[in-house]
Design a protein around this ligand. Sequence first.
Ligand code: CDP
Length: 225
Amino acid sequence: MSKLNVAIDGPAGAGKSTVAKLLADKLGLLYIDTGSMYRALTWKALQLNYDFNDTAALAELSSEVMIKLITDNQNYRVFIDGEDVTGKIRQPEVSQRVSLVARIPEVRKNMVRQQQSMAASGGVVMDGRDIGTRVLPDAQAKFFLTASIEERARRRQRDLKQKGYHVPLETLMAEISQRDYIDQNRETDPLVPAEEAIIIDTTGLTINQVVEQMVQHIENVSDCK
Ligand code: CDP
């Protein structure tokens, strides 16, 4: 069997990154957060005062920048053009615009190419929106995580509070709904579960319960090979 690749997709705040990190640790795989690449690009465009309706300029920017992920599981860092933007890409200003950048086909082409090369030798847990459908269609295990919008906004509010941002719940629910809408309705690689994805509704489940379900499924898949 080729080295295991795991794809985790789902809407904003469904808990993908938390469970993906734990799962990667448990299985001795490398965690790759593809959303951080779209976020880094969006952060750069904000710094350079780009017009977010100018798709041609954003597409060009995506082919010029150098995004680097340091994927040591204990210390995950994101760099763009040599600058460490790990914390900065979680700012609400980035979250509000990232889906506008991620819907541009040329931007996706550039990001997907880099993501596929990172996973080429196998052994990754990758999370995003199009991992099971587009980036890693041959992944041995595919999961799609969901949760109610209220729960997702509450989780996001807790995360942001830890990072020093106080955002009202209603604001987060509106932002998440809008982002989901754009992600689900864009023309290129919209957010949909891969046909063979295991769908897990994480509402009311603990992180460990979700990770356990995933591990069990992966063990079954591995036994079948
Ligand atoms: O962490 P959160 O669920 O808020 O989102 P993220 O994974 O950081 O992704 C931020 C945004 O990047 C998403 O809302 C998508 O618009 C875009 N994205 C994408 O289009 N494809 C991916 N594989 C990953 C993220």
